[in-house]
Design a protein around this ligand. Structure first.
Ligand SMILES: Nc1ncnc2c1ncn2[C@@H]1O[C@H](COP(=O)(O)OP(=O)(O)OP(=O)(O)O)[C@@H](O)[C@H]1O
Ligand SMILES: [Mg+2]
Length: 319
């Protein structure tokens, strides 16, 4: 039995079994979801890698300090602007940084990134390069942005890779806000303005191996722009310009927006965040249905707390 199945069986005991309507507030709208059953067996999902991220508590004692921010292998683009991430603040907020020490969060993201990195540099289809990785989930608040930033920071600590973190949650961008940075031009601006290119809006950071592409100016045409041939060319450029680059896309919830589904059509790998004791089986199944045609789908079981009866130290599984 996989960790997610064990967790699910435990959760089933702690939640009412009867399905009930779920009401979600999103962008000022009240959306009633058809059914809201507790997370139970996830048959279609169990074959995908499953990782578990605990809610960080007190950091475990430092065994060996993580190495300092790595020098970048790929030279930064000269035109790109630079922003400073407040690494001390990020550390204090429980996020992955190179100087965090050996925390369980750092270990969780080490486990999560390995198979993604392995797959990232195998040949995917030309339309869906494997180094493009989208973080999504079924509903708001399940931890997409949190996982996208931590995964990006964790991969940026690798010796052999650089990372571009793209805020593709174009309706409700939150990567810059979460990092304590002001909103800036970004992805949407490149797609609507032919005179702009990537270097005009991409941000280098004080983590030399990490760059950020902000979401940019919000537009009601976001879905169409993401489906456009301009977006396909941009994605192609992002994926292929640097051979060592991994691109992490933060994205909107699959069940409430059409942008995520369109974005997924460009991606070589999808990471779906499942919130422990919150995301229902119905929501996961529906979200997976939206991802038909995507072959590399991984799950992160997020915000998991210790569940009695589950002994695994690192909850990463191949089904
Ligand atoms: N593993 C975790 N441990 C602690 N806090 C977490 C964890 N995952 C997410 N959070 C917190 O939960 C909240 C929601 O997370 P986040 O913003 O990443 O969700 P989201 O899926 O991106 O939401 P949205 O769909 O609204 O963009 C944030 O306050 C975040 O810091
Ligand atoms: Mg988010």
């Amino acid at each position: 039995m996989s960790i997610i199945e064990k967790a699910a069986s435990r959760i089933d005991h702690t939640r009412a079994a009867a399905p009930a309507p779920a009401v979600v507030e999103y962008d000022g709208q009240t959306i009633v979801l058809e059914q809201h059953a507790p997370l139970a067996d996830l048959p279609a999902v169990a074959a995908a890698p499953v990782a578990r991220v605990e809610v960080p508590g007190v950091a475990t004692p430092t065994v060996a300090a993580a190495r300092a921010e790595q020098p970048r292998k790929t030279a930064p683009k000269p035109g790109a602007r630079k922003v400073d991430l407040d690494l001390a603040h990020m550390r204090a907020a429980g996020m992955v940084t190179a100087a965090s020490g050996r925390t369980s969060l750092l270990e969780d993201f080490r486990v999560i990134k390995r198979p993604l990195l392995k797959q990232a540099f195998t040949k995917g289809s030309d339309a869906r390069p494997n180094n493009l990785i989208m973080i999504t989930s079924s509903l708001p608040g399940e931890g997409k942005t949190y996982c996208a930033i931590n995964l990006a920071m964790s991969i940026a600590m690798e010796l052999d890779h650089t990372v571009l973190l793209v805020d593709a949650d174009v309706a409700r961008p939150s990567v810059l806000r979460t990092l304590g940075l002001p909103a800036q031009r970004g992805l949407m601006d490149i797609l609507v303005d032919d005179s702009l290119d990537l270097a005009d809006v991409m941000l280098r950071t004080n983590v030399d191996t990490l760059s950020i592409l902000p979401a940019g100016t919000s537009t009601p045409r976001a879905t169409e722009l993401l489906a456009s041939s301009t977006m396909s060319s941009l994605v192609n450029e992002i994926a292929n310009r640097y051979p060592d680059r991994v691109v992490i896309f933060d994205s909107p919830p699959l069940l409430l927006t059409s942008e995520s589904r369109v974005l997924a059509s460009h991606m070589g790998q999808i990471v779906m965040v499942v919130e422990a004791q919150a995301t229902t089986q119905h929501a996961v199944t529906e979200a997976l249905r939206q991802l038909e045609g995507c072959s590399n789908i991984n799950l992160i079981y997020n915000k998991a707390r210790d569940i009695p009866g589950i002994e695994e130290t690192y909850d990463y599984h191949y089904g």
